[in-house]
Write a protein that binds this ligand. Structure first.
Ligand code: SF4
Ligand code: SF4
Length: 273
């Protein structure tokens, strides 16, 4: 792969998609409502904060589950979903690390929000992180936060997982998504076996995850469902993204047994890059 340079910054999306990202967007993090978060990342990217007011940008990366995995979630979590969940997280960590390395090679500072990095530096409590991937994704225009408290995209519905990178590279930012497109739909709220979703509409900078979902309640019921369905107590459920009309629309467009083209690269992203 040829070296990556500053003039190639817009090509970062193509690079990441070539390695298995399904969606990539660039976010203007100056839009974050909490200046303190920016301050933390500025200090981190510039050890000696000689550039205290450096503009920070985010790279949002989404990987979609294979449609055949999602199609099996009508009765809740499956072993196949459990395996795909972990494989997708591994893949996202690899993509974020690789993207950060490309930015560093081009002369910029970058912080990959891998699970390891977030757990070490930015986990605020069991369910909250300093700069949620969902926040970066909405600012990067990938989608909105649905009533299911997940990112909902036009392309894959809510059947995705996310990671992100924080950088001082002057990325050409995408237009943020600033309104919910859930409308009067409440399918996720109605199907939730934990009665954990509040039916509230997301508003950027106003609504928190706590306003949308009782995460503790979701976690307990999802773990019980997983134990019942495939014998492992793990807090994933999937019902609220399976039922979403945007997910169902994607499933109808998908050929059973044939993954989206970005899935072809899974084996590449699973290896060290
Ligand atoms: S994952 Fe399951 S339990 Fe949790 S909010 Fe969604 S539908 Fe409810
Ligand atoms: S199921 Fe309906 S309310 Fe829930 S996230 Fe999808 S569009 Fe929004």
């Amino acid at each position: 792969m040829p070296p990556f340079s500053a003039p190639s910054l817009p090509d970062l999306k193509t690079r990441l998609k070539d390695l298995g990202a399904c969606l990539v967007g660039f976010a203007d993090l100056s839009r974050l409502p909490d200046e303190a978060v920016l301050h933390v990342f500025r200090r981190r990217l510039h050890d000696a904060p000689e550039k205290p007011a450096a503009a920070l940008h985010g790279v949002s990366i989404a990987v979609a589950f294979a449609p055949e995995i999602v199609a099996g979630l009508g009765k809740g979590p499956t072993r196949a979903y459990y395996d795909a969940y972990h494989a997708t997280n591994d893949r996202l960590d690899t993509l974020a690390s690789h993207g950060a390395r490309l930015l560093e090679e081009a002369g910029f500072a970058a912080w990959a929000q891998t699970r390891e990095n977030v757990q070490a530096r930015d986990t605020l409590n069991d369910y909250a992180t300093r700069l949620p991937h969902k926040t970066v994704a909405t600012l990067a225009g990938l989608g909105w936060v649905g009533k299911n408290a997940l990112l909902v995209t036009r392309q894959f519905g809510a059947a995705i997982r996310l990671t992100s990178i924080v950088t001082d590279a002057p990325l050409p930012c995408d237009a943020p998504v600033s309104v919910s497109h859930c409308g009067t739909c409440a399918k996720c709220v109605d199907i939730c076996p934990a009665d954990a979703l509040t039916n509230a509409h997301w508003q950027p900078g106003v609504t928190t995850t706590d306003d949308l979902v009782d995460t503790a309640r979701c976690s307990i019921v999802a773990a019980a469902l997983s134990k019942h369905n495939y014998g492992i107590s793990f807090d994933i459920c999937g019902k609220c993204f399976y039922v979403c009309p945007f997910t169902q629309k994607w499933l109808r467009r998908s050929t059973p047994g044939q993954s989206h083209e970005c899935q072809r690269y899974a084996f590449v992203a699973a290896k060290p890059l």
